[in-house]
Design a protein around this ligand. Structure first.
Ligand code: AMP
Length: 293
């Protein structure tokens, strides 16, 4: 999209209700246009904007949603302090070529008397699912609602949240939701740290140490592809990130890239996934692992 001098961030239409979203999508469909949806929780960075750009390649119109979804946070988690900046988000979305922002209120998404949940298994088991038991059910609920509200042709999600992407692919297939789910490789800072809204919780010193998570995973993936034995490699990642100043390590695991089932050797494409605490920030990251040989 080419901007004229008169256009500002306020030119990005913001829709607040399901009715308005449906009317917009129907108007596009009436013109024969295809639609991509990019669900987010806001506090947008270049990773999110990468999803919007991919959406533009895949469809004629892109709707980004910004909704900090209460059902995927446990009571002790960071729902209240999660960063929120609608004006900044709207300006960034416009610059990335997004056509419309859908930013419903909590009440619009979960009206009085809301009483429905979705239970997810398979790829939701273990990893983040073990440490944040509330999360993937909440993600499944909100993403299913967004899919049924917008009925897009395609929706774009980041590999940064690899387990989440696999969970979304699985329930979309299991529930016969007619939306294509596309994944985008993780967008990183120049030093390798995966971009994340939660990086804002890091102090300057923690921020300097945080890229060691990605470095450790990358070196480990290379070692596995050269045929190194998995158990020793996983132990090596744990020591390396502990030495770099990470606190609690929630998990470091090797999983099948397609099913997310645990694996002990890499005979098919695999994924190394980790979650660890740096100060008040829980950082997650993952890298692909090619079969040895
Ligand atoms: P969030 O706002 O953190 O819930 O993320 C919204 C979407 O952006 C999800 O599909 C994430 O996987 C994706 N995302 C977040 N960070 C990145 C990143 N660094 N690279 C690619 N996608 C990302």
């Amino acid at each position: 999209m080419t901007l004229t001098a008169a256009q500002t961030s306020s030119d990005l239409p913001i829709l607040r209700t399901v009715e308005d979203l449906r009317a917009q999508v129907a108007a596009w469909r009436a013109q024969g246009l295809t639609v991509a949806l990019v669900p987010t929780m806001g506090a947008l960075h270049d990773g999110h904007l990468g999803l919007v750009r991919r959406g533009r390649e895949l469809a004629d119109r892109v709707v980004a949603s910004v909704f900090v979804n209460p059902t995927q946070f446990a009571p002790h988690e960071d729902f209240d302090r999660y960063p929120r900046d609608e004006a900044g988000d709207s300006a960034k979305l416009l610059s990335a070529g997004c056509h419309t922002l859908y930013a419903p209120t909590v009440r619009a998404m979960y009206p009085e008397g809301f009483a429905t949940a979705i239970s997810v298994g398979g790829p939701a088991e273990g990893l983040c699912g073990a440490f944040r038991p509330q999360m993937f059910g909440g993600v499944a609920l909100v993403v299913t609602k967004l899919f049924l509200q917008a009925l897009p042709d395609v929706a774009v999600f980041g590999e940064k949240d690899y387990q989440q992407l696999m969970v979304i692919r699985r329930f979309t297939r299991d529930l016969d939701i007619p939306v294509r789910v596309e994944g985008l490789p993780t967008v990183r800072e120049v030093d390798g740290l995966a971009m994340s809204s939660r990086n804002a919780y890091l102090s300057a010193e923690e921020r300097a140490r945080a890229p060691e998570l990605h470095r450790a995973l990358t070196a480990a993936a290379e070692a596995l592809a050269r045929g190194a034995e998995a158990e020793g490699v996983l132990t090596g990642i744990r020591s390396r990130i502990s030495e770099a100043g990470f606190g609690a390590i929630d998990y470091v695991e090797l999983r099948d890239a397609a099913t997310l089932e645990p694996v002990t050797a890499v005979v098919r494409p695999a994924r190394l996934l980790a979650a660890a605490w740096m100060g008040k920030a829980r950082l997650i990251d993952n890298v692909p692992v090619a079969p040895a040989g």
